[in-house]
Design a protein around this ligand. Structure first.
Ligand code: ATP
Length: 222
């Protein structure tokens, strides 16, 4: 993204912000509460439109796209992991993951077999016959990661992905997340309040006064 500008009444939240996330690379963003991190994610998802600037995802500027094309581009190019997984609790993990592929237009057999493979790879037990609601918090985040990966996105976005987890699960989910860019040749952008998680990224940037600054040391971003 370059020259990103976003205003709310009385305040400029993004003031010419620029950032690149290459394939195979992870970038973490921290910043004070209210600095605009969620707003930035919403711009990247195309849910709100910046006043000016470019957001190039998979080589295309999404700020100029029509809604239908944008929705398809988002499904094909972006995977998203939320703080609370946001899965359908009564479905099995396989069904949750396959659903994302079905919505992207894949055939049923392919969607389900791919979902099963991914969940096995991410060590989620009982993927076929357990309700997702019955999984632990860490397992649910692994399912959310599988769902984000199933359409082979070029960009993975994660919003406080470890914020709802205990220490042990926090560490294992962070290890999983930061292994993804190299394994899947995608970019990973993580928004977090946790500087120890952010410091594990290839680059740790702090959003302050509408622009990105390199974090100087552990803890400097919070
Ligand atoms: N549409 C809007 N109208 C008015 N104010 C808004 C609007 N959208 C966002 N804001 C304000 O902009 C600021 C930035 O919000 P945002 O949620 O992006 O911050 P954040 O960095 O994600 O904060 P936190 O770390 O607390 O989650 C907040 O003060 C919010 O109230």
């Amino acid at each position: 993204m370059t020259g990103l500008r976003y205003e709310v009444p009385g305040r400029t939240l993004l003031d010419g912000a620029a950032l690149a996330v290459d394939s195979g690379q992870s970038v973490a963003i921290t910043g004070p509460s209210g600095s605009g991190k969620s707003t930035l994610l919403m711009c990247l998802l195309g849910l709100i439109q910046p006043k000016s600037g470019r957001i190039e995802i998979a080589g295309e500027d999404i700020t100029r796209m029509r809604p239908g094309r944008l929705a398809k581009h988002r499904r094909d190019s972006i995977g998203m992991v939320f703080q609370f997984a946001e899965l359908l609790p009564e479905l099995s993990p396989v069904e949750n993951v396959a659903l994302a592929a079905l919505l992207a237009g894949r055939k049923r057999d392919e969607a389900f077999s791919r979902a099963e493979e991914l969940l096995e790879d991410l060590a989620v037990a009982g993927a076929r016959d357990t309700a997702t609601a019955d999984l632990s918090g860490g397992e649910r985040q692994r399912v959310a990661v599988a769902r984000a990966l199933i359409n082979e996105p070029v960009l993975l976005l994660a919003d406080e992905p470890t914020g709802a987890l205990d220490e042990e699960n926090r560490d294992s989910v962070a290890t999983l997340l930061f292994s993804l860019p190299k394994r899947w040749n995608c970019g990973l952008l993580v928004v977090t309040h946790d500087a120890s998680i952010a410091d594990r990224a290839d680059e740790h940037m702090v959003l302050r006064q509408g622009a990105f600054h390199m974090a100087e040391q552990a803890g400097s971003g919070v």
